[in-house]
Design a protein around this ligand. Sequence first.
Ligand code: ZN
Length: 452
Amino acid sequence: MKTTFSHGNSCATDLIAQIDAYLKRLFPITRSITGNGNRETLRILQEIVPLQIKEYPSGTKAYDWVIPKEWNIRDAWIKDPQGKKIVDFKRSNLHVVSYSVPVHKKISLEELKEHLHYLEKQPDAIPYRTSYYKETWGFCLSYADYQKYFNQDGQYEVCIDSELKDGSLTIGELIIKGKSSKEFLISTYICHPSLANDNLSGMLLTALIGKKLLEQELNYTYRILFVPENIGAIVYLSKNENAMKRVFGGFVVTTVAGPGKYGYKSTYLGNHWIDRIVEKSFNDMGCEYQIYPFDIHGSDECRYSFPFFRIPVGTICKDKYYEYDYYHTSLDDLDFVQPENVLRSFDVYMRVLNSVDINVTYESLHPHCEPQLGKRGLYPLCGGHIRQKAALAKNALPQGFSNLDLILWLLFYCDGEKNLFEIAEKTALPLLELYRTAEELCKHTLLKKSID
Ligand code: ZN
């Protein structure tokens, strides 16, 4: 099913139904850091946004790393000594440790136990495990199943019908050109199999953001990436160094649709204007939220912020990774994640991104003193009021400030250094009204926009 995802035209229930359909289609796909599941995922997301799918061959060096062999899997199971299938990959792709090498043999329970992973504290959950860089194999199962099935004498039969061979690592890229060559990064990761909040929700939301941004007139250029976590970001950085030096900020989109409250992992700078825009947006929208300071454990924001790049990258979450009980288990499923929450987080992200996009810098073309507004038709004809309304005003503005306030503060603060959000913070004037007025003042050649 193809969708249009135009928030303005479709009603919310249509959108929620479309999001729900995509969640259900994408959830069962076996994704990893490489493989056909990633390609299939990106092909489905191409129905929403025109992603370019890029392939980077196994063996390619990326800084201190090398792209590993491509991993694909057809089937996997364990049979008990009576030949009964007791673990079956076809029921959940979490049953196999991601990147398991192929195996097919009969082994003792003692030996098999070394390859089994479960969570005693969450007896009904299958844990998510990976082994990308150490060649091994393993199965994950619930502790309840472990206790039920793994107590017999005799030989168990294990089979992992997987393949590790030279192939490629797959990345999805969408670049949306704005007026400026300065870029804003939106990155998500595509390497997790059937886990709904981490990170099916983030992948789908990123596609929806891309779709929406394509419909808008933009100041900045947006670089939207769908990468396998860690290695994908490293490969992309190494192959796009110059372009990534144009990126001034970004978000890593992950875990956005749980039932809990919003969270924000700050950029490494902590008090960057991106951080402050996010917090202001949460407050304006009445979201309950928690701020998490930058931490070196996390996702690709760490890589994008490494010394050579130093891009301030934040993350808005709804049930942040690490923080919810079902994290990295089979309980992070489509009962835990609701399409309504994807839509809510889409609204939060778009509000933030719309503020980011209009947070540009202007320079006064009359920096020596206040320009004469009257001769430009910008000053009220009849003077003497304490707070006068400028002729620019089409409608009276709320909250007790006038268009003249906007004009005068802009002419005062626009020095080519301070951006509009900083001016909004200093004056308590709304960012959007400042932007609209600044654009008008550019037409009157009183301000010049500097966005490159
Ligand atoms: Zn994860």
